[in-house]
Design a protein around this ligand. Structure first.
Ligand code: U2F
Length: 454
């Protein structure tokens, strides 16, 4: 059957941005008519990490992956933080790298692009969409609160020249302070290509046909309402991990993991394990790794630590051997299954949005040690607004501060309340994905019609 609609999907190929975007596309592809095709544009490295074989999707014949140049010149030597340097180089290569690949996809498929569904960071897609005369649908991969902080950047920056420390003028932000805001909101745009990219994004998002977010309306009703008034259309279509479970077609094949850490988890008591993971980018500094390890050793309970092999050298001598009885190390955990197992009592996290949303989806409280970007704001929401976890004392891992946070969550009256709160929020997340009337299900239907059926 010849294709009638061609959706161009533009990924931001760093951190956990491309994976949830692909997840959303698979959900759309699972429900879209068969003559809709999807071209997914990402860097070679990012495509390889989310598509087996890097070219396209095994399950969805109508999703094809295309490579865009990552912007790194041949023989380039990285000088600073390679993650942020790579991001800067990639940003410099946009939008030309995407335009080139989109042209190739149009030629290869013989079908003109009919819609641009992109990571929200890629604000220049507003102009590309205008040029092609098609809708621009940006997908924001973090929380609504972070999106809101960016949309209010100028107002927040104005506060910096006053003595005002709170940001209560933003709906849903009462009680939060300037220091909880993402660094990119507070810094001069010229200091970082990423800060400038995000600033431009906030300027251009009101041009979008609809802004889509991996969250659910009920988590922050005041923020949701405000964003609906600031944007043409604002659709919460998550939590995507729960949406996958309620969908007819399997979206996430990670459920196939026959992982030895799941076997290890099965042997633990319910809600007893401390699970530690810092997402796809972060490794805490060596002295904090030592403090965290000492805390786990002194606490003595069961723990599962997702820790890259190269970072293990920073653990105290003999720590892994001494904790074989109660500890388990993996270089990458099947995180959703781990959180879903019922065995995890608390998740020690850097507060990446996907991790928080997965923890809420499976009712696991959090201990927060945020590092960059939205993570600081997410940790403030976790402790002060949703009340489903705690930040580590003074913002860094110390032995005593970490033991105390674990004990508060697992065995105090305050912890009991926190555990109850996360169950209540989990209930709201589950309601949002209930077919046919959950808010995210209805929003997804709206999105589907805009993308694939109009
Ligand atoms: C960036 O996110 P990160 O990759 O740092 O962190 P998360 O948003 O928490 O996403 C991590 C994902 O990787 C999975 C986990 C999450 O889906 O289930 N994972 C896993 O499967 N196994 C492991 O051992 C460890 C992780 C950025 F840094 C954040 O600040 C942003 O909030 C985020 C979204 O924009 O992108």
């Amino acid at each position: 059957m010849p294709a009638s609609r061609h959706i161009a999907v533009l990924a931001f190929p760093f951190g956990t941005h491309a994976a949830p975007l692909l997840h959303l596309i698979k959900r759309i592809a699972a429900s879209a008519p068969e003559d809709v095709i999807f071209s997914f544009f990402g860097s070679s490295e990012s495509n390889k990490s989310i598509f087996s074989g890097g070219k396209g999707d095994e399950e969805f014949a109508n999703i094809e992956a295309y490579e865009v140049w990552d912007g790194v010149p041949k023989d380039h030597v990285f000088k600073g933080n390679p993650h942020f340097e790579q991001i800067g180089l990639f940003i410099n290569a946009t939008p030309g790298n995407f335009e080139k690949a989109m042209k190739e996809a149009e030629e290869e498929t013989g079908v003109k692009i009919s819609c641009l569904l992109t990571d929200a960071f890629l604000w220049f897609s507003a102009d590309l969409a205008e040029k092609h005369g098609v809708p621009w649908i940006p997908f924001w991969t973090a929380a609504s609160c972070a999106l809101s902080a960016h949309l209010y950047t100028d107002d927040i920056r104005r506060l910096l020249s006053t003595n005002e420390q709170t940001v209560g003028m933003i709906p849903g932000f009462d009680g939060l302070s300037i220091k909880d805001m993402p660094k990119e909101v507070l810094m001069d745009n010229n200091q970082s290509p990423l800060a400038l990219l995000i600033y431009n994004m906030a300027l251009h998002l009101p041009r979008a046909t609809v802004v889509v977010v991996n969250s659910f309306e009920e988590i922050d009703p005041a923020i949701t309402l405000d964003l609906k008034s600031k944007l043409k259309k604002f659709l919460n279509v998550g939590p995507l991990p729960l949406m996958a479970e309620s969908s007819k077609k399997t979206i996430d094949s990670s459920a196939d993991h026959n992982d030895e850490c799941l076997e290890w988890l099965k042997k633990q008591d319910d809600s007893s394990v401390v699970y530690i993971s810092f997402g796809s980018v972060i490794t805490p500094p060596p002295h904090e790794m030592v403090a965290l390890a000492e805390a786990l050793e002194s606490w003595k309970g069961p723990f599962l630590w997702s820790l890259r092999d190269h970072a293990r050298k920073n653990l105290p001598d003999g720590f892994i051997d001494r904790t074989t009885g109660n500890g388990k190390f993996v270089s990458w955990a099947p995180q959703k299954e781990v959180l879903q197992s019922g065995k995890v009592g608390v998740f020690v996290t850097h507060c990446g949005w996907n991790s928080i949303l997965e923890s809420i989806s499976y009712g696991v409280p959090l201990i927060c040690r945020p590092f960059f970007g939205d993570q600081v704001l997410n940790s403030a929401m976790v402790e002060d607004k949703w009340k489903i976890g705690l930040r580590v004392k003074d913002g860094v891992f110390t032995k005593d501060g970490t033991v105390s946070a674990i004990e508060v969550i697992l065995s105090s009256e305050k912890g009991k309340q926190i555990r109850e709160n996360v169950q209540v929020l989990k209930g709201k997340a589950i309601d949002a994905v209930q077919v046919p009337n959950g808010s995210s299900v209805r929003n997804f239907q709206d999105l589907l019609e805009l993308v694939a059926m109009s």
